[in-house]
Design a protein around this ligand. Structure first.
Ligand code: ATP
Ligand code: MG
Length: 403
């Protein structure tokens, strides 16, 4: 019985050469993902599906976990390949069910080989009875927890268990390079993940005030990137020293405006990094109205200094939604670890909530942005973060059988 991972991608809008490029890139990403998971496997394109074949026994589930992180994957399932006879199909279905989430099941059969002695309905009946006897599970044809799919061809029968949802979207590398401003909080890693899912290659950028923040924050950012790297393949990270900049800002800008100016400074420095990295935009975790720096007025003042588009995919999301997504992608547990936030460095208790670009520009008049940005970029540290094996997670299980 050979075991492999069957991958489906979302086909909408894919035509001609686009489709080939998409599937080849997806295949390459799948290879990279399973390799990161330590699974020796091949990945190939078979019509409208991709197949990942582990070479070693007992590694298919790990391969599936890695596959489910890859943008472009609409869904994936563990599948078994057996001889096209009822006994072998029955045994495979029992095994497939044993690996699937708990609960009721149904069978779906397709026959490519019409010379098979039984028709689809008869195969379902026979194999269904075998499965009920072996597993004690209930059949529920209307609302099953698990659907076992059987596909009979002349040479083989394929039996696949539960289908797990992938991230969908486009394989990373399909669109462009973006810089993700990563703070260490809950929002920015989720925002980065969303843009990766749109095919963006993402470089993480963290502004770090050494005198204020300590090394634990950097470890936290690296851990977040270690989770996100499963989605990206591997993730470049830039640590930008921010203390000179913040000291200069504290020296001239009133406390009520500092948060706004810190964030404008980040965009000014990021402009230089974007040129080096050939990035075409910035990703932030901003969510309209969430904190004082995220009123529409302050967002105008802050995002207004960016020289490239700002992608803020959480702008319309509320915190519950963001937390749910963070749990799903695995960044939640890292994000909730407490850390010192450089944006709160000597800021007023009641910051200005309705700033204008003109007034802030006046307050910034004494600051030499060119010199500050040049120094920050010169001292910037570059790291490449690989997927963290501890962050691969486990397959979602449906709660026990319904009574
Ligand atoms: P998050 O949960 O991402 O920290 P937040 O709701 O706490 O977001 P802010 O702290 O105001 O909001 O930050 C808004 C956005 O600014 C962040 O999502 C992030 O993109 C960017 N940002 C803030 N601080 C930093 C930093 N030190 N380095 C890089 N980007 C930052
Ligand atoms: Mg924050």
């Amino acid at each position: 019985m050979e075991r492999f991972v069957l991958v489906h991608y979302a086909e909408i809008g894919l035509k001609g050469g686009n489709r080939r490029r998409f599937t080849e890139r997806l295949r390459d990403r799948l290879r990279q993902a399973v390799e990161s998971a330590g699974v020796d496997a091949t990945a190939g394109i078979h019509g409208s599906r991709l197949i990942v074949r582990p070479r070693e026994e007992g590694t298919a589930e790990r391969a599936l976990l890695a596959v489910l992180k890859v943008p472009g994957v609409a869904n994936a399932a563990l599948a078994l390949r057996v001889a096209p006879n009822l006994d072998a199909i029955g045994a495979a279905a029992i095994e497939a069910l044993a690996e699937a989430p708990a609960g009721s099941f149904k069978l779906e059969t397709r026959r490519a080989d019409k010379s098979f002695p039984l028709d689809s309905i008869a195969i379902c009946r026979a194999v269904g009875a075998t499965c009920v006897e072996a597993s004690g599970r209930l059949v529920d044809v209307h609302n099953p927890d698990v659907t076992v799919r059987i596909h009979v061809t002349k040479e083989f029968a394929f039996v696949s268990a539960h289908t797990y949802q992938g991230p969908g979207g486009l394989p990373v590398g399909s669109t462009t390079r973006l810089l993700s401003l990563l703070s260490g909080g809950l929002d920015s890693p989720v925002a980065a993940w969303k843009m990766m899912r749109r095919g963006a290659l993402v470089t993480g950028v963290h502004f770090h005030n050494r005198s204020l923040q300590g090394a634990a924050v950097i470890e936290k950012i690296e851990d977040l990137c270690g989770v996100l790297a499963w989605t990206m393949g591997k993730m470049p990270l830039r640590i930008v020293p921010f203390e000179s900049c913040q000291r200069a800002i504290v020296g001239t800008v009133p406390a009520a405006y500092r948060m706004i100016v810190y964030r404008r400074a980040m965009f000014r420095i990021a402009a230089r990094i974007a040129r080096i990295e050939r990035a075409l935009g910035y990703i932030t975790g901003d969510s309209l109205g969430q904190v004082a720096s995220q009123t529409a007025e302050n967002l105008c003042t802050i995002h207004g200094v960016a020289d490239l588009p700002v992608y803020a995919p959480l702008m319309g999301s509320d915190k519950v939604e963001i937390m749910h997504r963070a749990r799903q992608i695995g960044t939640y547990d890292v994000s909730i670890r407490p850390h010192d936030d450089c944006c709160s460095f000597l800021v007023a208790k009641h910051p200005v909530v309705k700033s204008t670009d003109a007034e802030v520009r006046e307050l910034e008049a004494g600051l030499d942005w060119d010199a500050l940005a040049e120094e920050a970029v010169e001292k910037m540290e570059r790291r490449m973060i690989l997927p963290d094996p501890a962050a691969l997670g486990s397959l979602p299980r449906v709660q026990g059988p319904r009574t």
